[in-house]
Design a protein around this ligand. Structure first.
Ligand code: PAF
Length: 288
């Protein structure tokens, strides 16, 4: 199988995209930071179902990492990533930091409103401004018809959907279901930081989310179900940043009659911070 071609500059990316467009082909973009796993590859396959050409961007975006986060040790595995994309993607866009943020760069895209405020934003201030800035740049650079994002980063997905609507960007956003290990742990590039013992423990995150969703589905009050979930994780040695239920569409705190919810969690296990989320459906309150 031939290696996937690589564009290192916006100019080279646009040249490839323009040639496909001239041939009447549609383009899908899958933005990633590399260290690809089956979750990313499922997004590439999703893109392929909606477009003749798939571009995967690989760029570890410095502006979405806080000062005490893992930017310098974030896994960079370009050769392996390129091999994994062979036969799946048509082009890898892998710009340098200077290509994306040239000297004098001074623009930030940032969001207010429930999608971007609270949850991750409380623990990673500035993170979503970094994500929104780089994603808007990637969308403007590639001008794809569709772009795919994973539900694993559910708040990020909602931030991107909001931004695309607000800025009238001509792209449709596709959401890919979270891909899980056999024990339920959501696939993530950061799972490789876990020790053997932590890896075995980490599956409790999904079991806890699934049990919360089942309790809420059976009519348990949110506070009770979420409180039990938090205690279970804390007792097992997790440091829980949040375990919350939100309106599944807007991520606002849910109104009493809101039935479609999303339960989102972030918890630390040793030095590794894990996030995950599941859908939950609250029974409709019947009229008296
Ligand atoms: O989800 C990610 O890998 C990143 O946040 C993204 C969307 C590629 C932006 O850097």
């Amino acid at each position: 199988m031939p290696s996937v071609p690589v564009a290192r500059t916006v100019r080279a990316l646009r040249r490839a995209v323009a040639a496909w467009r001239a041939a009447g082909e549609r383009i899908a973009l899958v933005p990633t930071m590399g260290a690809l796993h089956d979750g990313h590859l499922s997004l590439v396959r999703l893109g392929r179902r909606r477009a003749e050409r798939v571009v995967v961007s690989i760029f570890v975006n410095p502006t979405q990492f806080g000062p005490n986060e893992d930017l310098s040790k974030y896994p960079r595995t370009f050769r392996e990533d390129r091999a994994k994309l062979s036969g799946l993607a048509d082009l890898i866009f892998a710009p340098s930091v200077e290509e994306m943020y040239p000297a004098g760069f001074a623009t930030t895209v940032s969001l207010a409103g429930p999608a971007a405020v609270g949850l991750e934003d409380r623990f990673r201030p500035g993170h979503f401004a970094g994500v929104a800035t780089v994603v808007s740049k990637l969308l403007i650079q590639a001008m794809p018809d569709v772009a795919a994002f994973g539900e694993k980063d559910y708040q990020q997905l909602k931030v991107v959907e909001r931004m695309v609507d607000d800025l009238s960007l001509p792209v449709s956003i596709m959401a890919g279901a979270t891909v899980r290990e056999p024990d339920g742990l959501a696939m993530s590039s950061r799972n490789r930081y876990l020790s053997g013992e932590e890896r075995a423990q980490a599956a409790l995150i999904f079991r806890t989310l699934a049990d919360c969703a089942a309790d809420i589905g059976a009519g348990a009050p949110l506070s009770g179900a979420l409180g039990r979930g938090k205690r279970r994780l804390s007792q097992a040695g997790f440091q829980v940043d949040y375990l919350e239920a939100r309106d599944a569409d807007t991520l606002a705190p849910p109104a009493d009659d809101q039935t479609k919810l999303r339960i989102l969690v972030a918890a630390r296990l040793g030095a590794t911070r894990l996030i995950d989320n599941v859908a939950a459906e609250r029974p409709r309150v019947s009229e008296p």
